[in-house]
Design a protein around this ligand. Structure first.
Ligand SMILES: NC(=O)c1ccc[n+]([C@@H]2O[C@H](COP(=O)([O-])OP(=O)(O)OC[C@H]3O[C@@H](n4cnc5c(N)ncnc54)[C@H](O)[C@@H]3O)[C@@H](O)[C@H]2O)c1
Length: 180
């Protein structure tokens, strides 16, 4: 049997908890080796439900746990520092989107990956949506002619439960007003 990949989640918020659920579903392939969050209670809540260890920093996890991979689920704009620390320790890294907020920080991740020789990937799950694949195939076949620019627009529905799950209590209307 293939050896399970031991993975540490850094950031036990909305998406970090989702990574926890997915790891449960892939329990033949992946094992949760630990959860890191600057808020230890959040790390403990996610880790303990899966019999795993909680840490307040990646540094502590690196010192105390054995694992091959790190999922970076911290807020946007903090991904490079976590990813680079993990890469410098020789780990494979999965980064939640967006990789980073500037070219400089993204280049720094790439440089750390080249030095480490491990794998880095960024989660952009909609690249696998049927609509994306149909569009790419049409472009590849030249069905849309020579593309010179593009404008994409997507209608997505998020229920109030989605916003409540962030624990912010934000109402859908509040978010829409703030975002426009
Ligand atoms: N792929 C998707 O569909 C999807 C969906 C939601 C969010 N995201 C991405 O995931 C990331 C996190 O979003 P979220 O909604 O889960 O945020 P969140 O605020 O719910 O969770 C972030 C967590 O990280 C912790 N944290 C902050 N800095 C840290 C650090 N240096 N080390 C350890 N823990 C730290 C916070 O305490 C918090 O618990 C964002 O970059 C976001 O774009 C992706």
């Amino acid at each position: 049997m293939r050896k399970k990949i031991r993975l540490v989640i850094v950031g036990a918020g909305v998406i970090g908890s989702h990574h926890g659920k997915v790891i449960n579903e892939l329990s033949n392939e992946i094992e949760l080796a630990g959860v890191v969050d600057v808020d230890l209670a959040k790390a403990q809540a996610l880790a303990s439900s899966r019999g795993s260890a909680a840490f307040v920093s990646l540094k502590d996890a690196l010192a105390q746990a054995e694992f091959e991979a790190v999922a970076v689920c911290t807020p946007t704009g903090t991904h490079a520092e976590v990813a680079i620390e993990a890469l410098n320790a020789g780990k494979h890294v999965i980064i939640e989107k967006p990789a980073e907020v500037s070219l400089e920080k993204t280049d720094a991740i790439i440089e750390a990956q080249r030095n480490a020789g491990t794998v880095v990937t960024v989660i952009t799950q909609h690249r696998f949506d049927p609509a994306t694949e149909i569009l790419l195939e049409a472009i590849d076949k030249g069905e849309l002619g020579r593309l010179t620019s593009g404008i994409a627009s997507i209608d997505w529905w998020r229920s109030q439960d989605y916003y409540d799950s962030a624990g912010t209590g934000a109402a859908l209307g509040t978010w829409m007003a703030a975002d426009r």
